[in-house]
Design a protein around this ligand. Structure first.
Ligand SMILES: [Fe+2]
Length: 368
């Protein structure tokens, strides 16, 4: 809380009682609350007991020098303004004291007008510093609140998009949700940091959002797709990234959406990025001539595994769901070609529980 300077409390520390008396009278007259201390130890005790705004501190005192007292005040109570009071012979020390945090120094014999000027300035500066700090704290809190609101509305937008896609394409109904729950489990099993797990969760929810831009007749076509139609479907990765970019600032989430159909050996789409450093098919590396092959992220590799498995084990307009064992064998076969082998191993190892859950759900889907 800010106190007006007229009500500020000031401690006068000096071993000479006459000096204390003169200063105390003057400051009390103009409305300050004042207390006094005859040495450093008494002063520190009083400061411990009461909230002072300003300390007038004599440098040359028995028991503890003003400089020592200043150091203790500065480390324990950095909010207290300190003005050093010194004999002319000690001006050098007074100047040094300002480096230790004193606001100003005044020379004895104390001229009351100069004292008042210095006291008022020190209190004003202290008030501004505290106001500024309070403002910063307030601002940080405001920014945090705003960030939370933006995050919430971002999550709501993501959810609406996911719902919109599922309403459009009955064959992907439940797909995003299943992929998301599996992706989170596998990401945790892989020991990825919480922040990355959350990004994978969000990316999984909307990884196929670009299908909103693919015609329904193609998405629901019961037969084999023509080459043109297939190209159209493949575009959903890039369309998804474009749809999300205005609301998703996080490049890693966008990257996962764009690259969830890349393949480990570099023959996937849309960019033909490889994850295997020995792969031959990475188009981007050939195009750019970059000797360091551009790879797609661990999140995309994980999403690619889970997305493909869920697609295999779901009914599609053009084929029935594969049996779990057949799908698992396909995943094994795809290791090192379509899929990151380590992720497939982890997925197959932990997927028994997930598979059981999915089976239950797809059985329920068939009943409704
Ligand atoms: Fe997809």
């Amino acid at each position: 809380m800010n106190k007006g300077n007229a009500k500020a409390s000031i401690l006068i520390v000096d071993d000479e009682s006459s000096v204390r008396g003169i200063i105390l009278r003057k400051l009390t007259q103009v409305g300050y609350y004042c207390d006094e201390a005859a040495n450093g130890n008494i002063a520190l005790k009083k400061i411990d007991e009461r909230d002072f705004d300003l300390v007038l501190l004599d440098i040359s005192m028995p028991v503890k020098s003003g400089t020592e007292v200043l150091q203790e005040i500065a480390s324990k109570y950095p909010d207290i303004a300190v003005i050093m009071v010194t004999a002319i012979s000690n001006v050098e020390t007074a100047i040094q004291s300002m480096k230790l945090g004193a606001y100003d120094y005044i020379i004895k014999p104390v001229e009351l007008n100069i004292l008042m000027l210095s006291v008022n300035r020190a209190l004003e500066k202290r008030r501004l510093v505290r106001e500024n700090r309070d403002y910063q704290l307030h601002l940080e809190k405001k920014v945090q609140e705003q960030t939370e609101k933006i995050r919430e509305s971002f999550l709501n937008s993501i959810m609406s998009l996911a719902v919109a896609l599922e309403a459009k394409d009955e064959y992907t109904r439940g797909h995003s949700e299943r992929v998301t729950s599996s992706a989170v489990v596998i990401a945790r099993e892989m020991g990825l940091p919480d922040e990355m797990v959350e990004k994978i969760r969000l990316a999984s929810l909307v990884h196929d959002i670009g299908k909103i831009g693919v015609s329904e007749s193609i998405l629901g076509k019961p037969g084999k797709l023509t080459e043109d139609e297939y190209r159209h479907v493949m575009a959903h990765c890039e369309i998804g990234e474009r749809i999300l970019r205005p609301i998703v600032e996080d490049e890693e989430i966008l990257e996962m959406v764009r690259h969830h159909h890349e393949r480990y050996d570099g023959t996937g789409y849309p960019d033909g990025l490889a994850a295997d450093p020995n792969a031959n098919g990475a188009r981007s590396s050939k195009q750019s001539g970059d000797p360091v092959m551009k790879r797609f992220s661990v999140g995309s590799r994980l999403l690619a595994v889970i997305d493909a498995y869920d697609a295999m084990t779901s009914n599609r307009p053009y084929r029935k769901a594969l049996d779990i064992e057949v799908a698992r064998a396909e995943m094994e076969k795809g290791k090192g070609r379509q899929f990151d082998p380590k992720i497939v191993d982890i997925f197959l190892r932990v997927s028994d529980g997930l598979v059981a859950g999915h089976q239950k759900r797809s059985h329920a889907d068939k009943l409704t």
